[in-house]
Design a protein around this ligand. Structure first.
Ligand code: ADP
Length: 541
């Protein structure tokens, strides 16, 4: 500070890039700087010693006036932003603005300055020009308003388009139905070879048109949010078999093998919307057949522990050995009206809507649809859906393990299991069942101990009783899954846990699945079921 003279300080104030006015306790101006003089068009002399409200009579009783007063009387600091202060100083950027009465946007600091050895204080008013910021802010606001309007218009246009498509497709379907009906009737009449050929073309084109219209109708219903998804118990095995049966003939005619893999241990009945699931599968299988010239198509149905959701999901995959999709195009095929190349339409037909609809339907069912593919090798489309097994009280899961043949003790795999069970009788029972098999059984008397033991050593399988003291089975399962999740354990490496439950009520079983068990066995446990389930899980590692 000592290097700055009074003169220097005065120059700093005079040359400052903001406006400065200083008033004394009599409300008179005792200092104005060059910035203020320039934009107010007052000279230093005409301001000096003037009573503030004589110079700016229009500011009487405004916020500025009041703030100056409380600054002088109560030594209070105020800030007046441009939006809070409708009466700024009459400051203008230039003559034109002055004529048009366009004031500079101002930001005011009103600062009390104590006077040495006195109760009184001075008031310094600092004026910053915030016009640029305000103009930018206004522009931004306008742009945002414009963007909102454009977005609203786009949504309105899109809704109008969907409504139009929905009603148009509906209107087309009605006469098309009659055309197809009439073709069927014609087929029954006496026709010569040539007429039969014409009729074939007519029928096939009619059917193709029917499929396209259905696609468009579904697409527009989904777009308009008008498609409702149902959830009720249905037979998964029936849906899979029925869907496959629609394609056997087509596959056979093309010389392609059509196979299915329904993993044992999967509940045959689940909650969901069978019609929509079938629609997705028909689409995927239809594509697979369309784009495969030789080899096989496999429909695989299994469960998977989803690392993201930490829940079991139903995984349905359609695997083909067809033409495949180039890696840069795989991400695009789910977009509407998109095909890998335009020659596809000429060669294979289609609208490019099938996958868009399938993806949207899967998402509406809280699932997801992904594709992996390699050009000239084949494609795999994976549908993941929430796995919500349905058990009625007399339906025991054991029946779904029927297909598993348990090897003799000599050829049974050597494995290590943890039995979490508090009742010594039940422990004895399981030990006796497995006595002849090369199965090492470790015992945990409650969930807490099971949690510790599974972190300390490796097991191939855990049999977890539900009712245990200290920590019950569901809690232990949730905590094991939580730990695996934190440690980024892959779904395929996660611990297989079988819930042992005395209760066959579906709510209880559903709760164990929610906690993260892989499967369950009801008590009293039968030896054959226990061996089948242990064998099945020893194979899956
Ligand atoms: P389309 O009605 O044209 O078949 P989709 O949305 O079902 O429409 O499929 C879009 C495009 O994705 C197809 O045209 C094709 O290029 C590609 N595609 C879909 N499934 C397969 C598959 N299994 N193998 C190779 N390409 C596929």
């Amino acid at each position: 500070m000592s290097d700055l003279s009074l003169n220097n300080l005065q120059t700093i104030i005079q040359k400052s890039g903001i406006g400065i006015l200083i008033l004394n306790w009599e409300y008179r101006i005792i200092l104005s700087n060059q910035w203020f003089q320039r934009y107010s068009s007052f000279s230093s002399e005409s301001l000096m010693n003037q009573f503030f409200l004589d110079v700016f009579p229009e500011l009487k009783d405004t916020r500025t006036d009041k703030s100056i007063r409380i600054c002088l009387e109560d030594k209070q600091y105020s800030i007046l932003t441009h939006s809070l202060n409708p009466y700024p100083f009459p400051l203008y950027e230039n003559k034109k603005d002055r004529n048009e009465k366009k004031r500079i946007y101002q930001y005011l600091h009103i600062i009390p300055i104590p006077v040495l050895d006195s109760e009184k204080s001075l008031c310094m008013i600092q004026v910053s020009d915030v016009s640029q910021q305000v103009i930018r802010e206004n522009m931004l606001r306008e742009q945002m308003n414009l963007a909102t309007t454009i977005k609203e218009e786009a949504i309105r246009a899109s809704n109008a388009k969907s409504d139009f498509l929905a009603s148009m497709s509906h209107e087309i379907r009605t006469p098309l139905n009659s055309i197809l009906g009439m073709t069927e009737l014609l087929e029954e009449s006496d026709l010569n070879q040539e007429q039969k050929r014409y009729l074939d073309v007519l029928r096939n084109s009619g059917k193709a048109l029917f499929n396209i219209i259905n696609d468009i109708l579904d697409f527009s219903r989904i777009e308009a949010g008008k498609l409702e998804i149902e959830s009720h118990p249905y037979s998964l095995t029936n849906v899979i078999e029925e869907t496959l049966s629609l394609f056997f003939l087509r596959a056979k005619n093309k010389g392609i093998r059509l196979e299915s893999n329904f993993f044992p241990g999967l509940s045959t009945s689940v909650y969901g919307d069978p019609i929509r699931i079938q629609q997705v599968l028909i689409n995927l299988l239809g594509n697979a057949i369309k784009f495969t010239q030789e080899g096989s198509i496999t429909l695989s149905v299994k469960r998977e522990l989803d690392a993201q959701l930490r829940k079991e999901v139903l995984l349905i995959e359609v695997i083909d050995t067809g033409i495949g999709i180039p890696s840069d195009k795989v991400g695009k095929i789910f977009e509407s009206f998109t095909q890998v190349d335009s020659s596809t339409t000429r060669r294979y037909g289609g609208t490019g809507l099938g996958l868009t609809i399938s993806k949207k339907l899967t998402e509406l069912m809280d699932g997801r649809l992904d594709a992996r593919s390699e050009k000239d090798k084949g494609s795999t489309f994976s549908v993941r859906l929430p796995y919500l097994p349905y058990f009625d009280n007399d339906h025991l899961l054991a029946s779904t393990w029927d297909g598993i043949v348990v090897p003799e003790p000599e050829s049974f795999p050597k494995i290590r299991i943890l039995l979490a069970e508090d009742s010594p009788e039940n422990v004895f029972l399981v030990q006796s069942f497995l006595r002849k098999y090369p199965i090492e059984i470790d015992v945990a008397e409650n969930g807490r101990i099971a949690l510790d033991k599974t972190s300390q050593s490796k097991y191939d399988l855990v049999l977890m009783d539900m009712q245990m003291p200290i920590m019950d089975g569901n809690e232990a399962i949730s905590q094991i899954r939580e730990r695996e999740f934190k440690m980024n354990v892959k779904a395929s490496d996660s611990l297989s846990i079988i819930a042992l439950t005395a209760n066959v009520a579906k709510e209880d079983i559903a709760r164990s699945f929610e906690a993260g068990c892989n499967s369950y066995l009801t008590k009293p446990v039968k030896k054959i079921d226990l061996l089948r389930i242990i064998f099945f899980y020893s194979q899956s590692h």
